[in-house]
Design a protein around this ligand. Structure first.
Ligand code: DGJ
Length: 547
């Protein structure tokens, strides 16, 4: 072979090799993409094993995932509530008992157990912070305060809260989290049992609004980092109004110390801490994602009514700090609220701004959990919902709500981001709400307003809730509990809208099976659609118009 022929031969060989590689990646690999968030229309959904997935979750109480035997006794209860996912901690102190020595035996067994029992896991990294405190850091960190410093309060007393200003603290956490994520990748990227991860838990300063250590004082007195000011400048039109107001009050200054730009007060202590907590969380998240890039979110303890920074866990990913957190931590996919307070809709609205998808990792496990799950999935097209301490109460309503969402999953996820779904949540304070889908305006009322259901005379009303899905011009599915629905055509205001067909049924493997044809008293002789309190059901409705 002369030189030219040899060159041609080599080129051909290279082409065949390249084609093989391309072919292999496109068709030859059986690997599905790892769990990820995907933008759909004006919203986002979670994709697991190649399919949209709604987290019907429950968070275990804090110490339950430390024992395989204990967990063995819990699965039947969790399955009976129709959970598809548990939110479960992995504890830094247990996986890295000695510096650099990792032990994943317990976690591995628990992952196998979850698989066997058909549950996905959202893993909670109890690393540097858990409910403000650093109670889950390994003893080699706890006992070496010189190397791993803590925050200090106004009177110089150190707290069991690792300092976010220390490079040593950050590196130790980031290393452990990176090793953890690498391990998960090696044992789970095929099975995809672990679908999302929460770095840290409820980061926040308590009981003082900021750290008063020498380094913190020095940074507090320095100019606000240019990186933050550039972000604020660039995104000024989109900043959340609560934060924009603080900046405006001081004349939208773009250079100066924290107090020069944002004014003096506890609120500025909080902004300052939020920036450095978020910077730290960004490094942890990046370290984890560089090993295995699962979706990652951070959660916040919501502000109790009437409290000022320092009186609640301050500086976490709270709605009024969203801009600071976004500027500092672009690798974090979602900011998520933990609910132990009232005003569910108010807080969800605040979290659902700036394209932040709603995921509720914790909700007090009370009677409202089932209805709120329906509302969150319908109204916000939420990534998921999860009551806390799931294994410690029996709550039939949650299981019924999850069963409905499970049946509707294909219908819902196929319409994500297209304004074809909505959800309502009603109680005695909010008895009525309207939903517009297509040509129709639906009035949803708590079904106790009819006056004839037992419970209507109680001082506190059970929550009514529903998901409504438009599947055709005149066809809708309504699923929920405790609602009564009437309808109008907002385009043809002088027409009357009647019920052409109303069926109660179930989806079996995606196919609608009619259980009852509803008419007579069940529709108030054609005047309304109704699902009573206590019932959790799906109804198909076809509407028509007459004059
Ligand atoms: C919120 C925390 O995130 C949970 O881990 C747990 O401590 C609950 N509070 C307890 O109410």
């Amino acid at each position: 072979m002369d030189l030219l022929e040899r060159a041609k031969f080599n080129m051909q060989k290279n082409r065949i090799f390249t084609l093989f590689i391309l072919f292999f990646f496109q068709f030859g690999s059986s690997q599905v993409a790892i769990p990820h968030l995907e933008k759909v229309g004006n919203n986002m959904h979670l994709v697991v094993e190649g399919k949209p997935f709604i987290v019907l979750g429950g968070e275990l109480s804090n110490s339950s995932f430390t024992n395989v035997q204990y967990m063995k006794s819990q699965w039947p209860k969790l399955q009976a509530m129709n959970l598809n996912t548990i939110l479960a901690p992995v504890y830094w102190e247990l996986i890295e008992p000695k510096e650099g020595v990792f032990d994943f035996a317990l976690l591995d067994e628990l992952i196998l157990e979850s698989r066997k029992n058909g549950m996905k896991i959202v893993l909670l990294w109890f690393g540097s912070w858990k409910n403000s405190m650093s109670s889950h850091v390994p003893s080699w960190i706890k006992q070496n305060q010189t190397k791993y410093p803590r925050v200090v309060d106004e009177i110089g007393i150190s707290q069991e809260i690792l300092s976010p200003f220390s490079e040593n603290n950050m590196k130790a956490d980031a290393t452990a989290f990176n090793v953890l994520m690498n391990h998960i990748k090696s044992i789970d990227s095929q099975d995809q049992t672990i679908i999302m991860v929460q770095p840290e838990n409820e980061i926040g300063m308590l009981p003082s609004a900021r750290d008063y250590s020498p380094i913190a004082n020095q940074l507090y007195a320095s100019t606000v980092p240019k990186e933050l000011m550039d972000y604020l400048h660039k995104n000024k039109a989109d900043l959340v109004p609560e934060f924009l107001g603080v900046w405006r009050k001081n004349g939208f200054k773009e250079k100066g110390t924290w107090e020069e730009i944002f004014g003096e007060g506890f609120h500025t202590d909080e902004l300052f801490m939020a920036w450095y907590f978020a910077k730290f969380a960004e490094e942890i998240t990046k370290a984890g994602k560089s090993a295995y890039a699962l979706p990652m979110f951070v959660n916040a303890a919501l502000i109790r009514p009437g409290k000022i920074p320092g009186e609640y866990p301050s500086a976490g990913p709270l709605p009024h700090l969203m801009d600071i957190w976004k500027a500092a931590a672009p690798s974090i996919d979602m900011f998520s609220p933990d609910f132990y307070n009232p005003d569910f809709e108010y807080w969800c609205d605040l979290y659902n701004r700036q394209s932040n998808p709603l995921f509720v990792p914790e909700h007090r496990f009370d009677a409202t959990a089932g209805p709120k799950a329906l509302f969150a999935v319908g109204h916000y097209e939420a990534i998921g919902f999860s009551p806390f301490s799931i294994e410690n109460s029996e709550n039939k309503a949650l299981g019924k709500a999850y069963a409905l969402i499970n049946q509707l999953n294909p219908l819902i996820t196929a319409r994500h981001g297209e304004n074809l779904i909505d959800g309502v949540l009603l109680d005695k304070e909010k008895i009525l709400t309207t939903v517009v889908l297509g040509d129709y305006e639906f009035s949803f009322k708590n079904s106790y307003t009819l006056g004839w259901e037992a419970g209507a005379s109680e001082a506190v009303w059970d929550s009514g809730a529903a998901i409504i899905i438009q599947t055709g011009k005149n066809e809708f599915y309504i699923a929920g509990t405790g609602v009564v629905v009437t309808f109008k055509n907002w385009k043809k205001r002088n027409h009357i809208v009647g019920i052409l067909k109303n069926e109660e049924g179930v989806f079996e493997n995606g196919t609608w099976k009619i259980v009852r044809h509803l008419n007579g008293d069940q529709t108030h002789q054609g005047r309304h659609i109704r699902i009573s309190h206590g019932d959790y059901s799906i109804q198909r409705v076809e509407l028509y118009e007459y004059k």
